[in-house]
Design a protein around this ligand. Structure first.
Ligand code: ATP
Length: 202
């Protein structure tokens, strides 16, 4: 089965695009959700987080204190890198076991916001970038999350620029509300099915 990754900056429309792939029968692994689950539930990872960030990472009843962790990593890039380095191996293990349990199909998708920044894209056969102009992404996230413009700008400034991400992409989906989304996805779906057939027969 071909391993496809989908990424894009905040508000670019990754989840929206993945919902359309799911409607076509394609299984989608949500790496961000897996990371949250692993941090909250996986004992080995919890121990590593406590070792690095201290016992206050979890409250007395054992729940992850997201605000505490967010405060540490928000303005310290090296702490954010450290957090990602601890969490990603667990997410990748979760992904591998997820792959064993999904229905047979020509390809499956791993959706991750920081697929490229984290360097976790290397096992993937294909990388799809969902692209949208910054002003549209900001407008969408303000509407969806009720965040302020400066908060969204600050998140964008800590992610790779779309320009940098484009260099890694096998395919780009334009989600700019000018080009129709569904025909682009149907076209890619056909391409990925034929690439999968080509890989199998090679
Ligand atoms: P994040 O990285 O924050 O999780 P995302 O890349 O997964 O974001 P979505 O959640 O898919 O982005 O989209 C952000 C918001 O923009 C959502 O409310 C979604 O409904 C809306 N949106 C996405 N694409 C479109 C579109 N083509 N037309 C209208 N609204 C859209």
């Amino acid at each position: 089965m071909l391993r496809v990754g989908i990424t894009g900056g905040i508000g670019s429309g990754k989840t929206t695009v993945c919902k359309i792939f799911q409607a076509l029968g394609i299984s989608v692994f949500d790496a961000d959700r897996s990371a949250k689950w692993m941090m909250a539930e996986n004992a080995a990872l919890k121990n590593q987080l406590i070792d690095h960030f201290g016992p206050a990472t979890f409250s007395v009843d054992g729940t992850l204190d997201r605000n505490y962790l967010a405060q540490i990593v928000f303005n310290k890039e090296e702490e954010l890198i450290q957090l990602n380095q601890l969490v990603h191996p667990f997410v990748l293990l979760d992904y591998e076991s997820w792959l064993l349990n999904i229905p047979k199909a020509p390809y499956s998708i791993r959706e991750a916001a920081i697929l490229l920044e984290s360097g976790t894209y290397k096992d993937l056969n294909v990388i799809i970038l969902v692209d949208a102009p910054d002003n549209l992404r900001i407008k969408r996230v303000i509407q969806r999350d009720k965040r302020s413009e400066s908060e969204v700008q600050s998140i964008i400034s800590r992610q790779w620029s779309m320009e940098k991400k484009r260099k890694f992409a096998s395919f780009i989906i334009q989600n700019n509300e000018k080009e129709f989304l569904i025909p682009q996805i149907l076209h890619l779906h056909e391409l990925l099915i034929s690439q999968s057939e080509h890989n199998t027969s090679a």
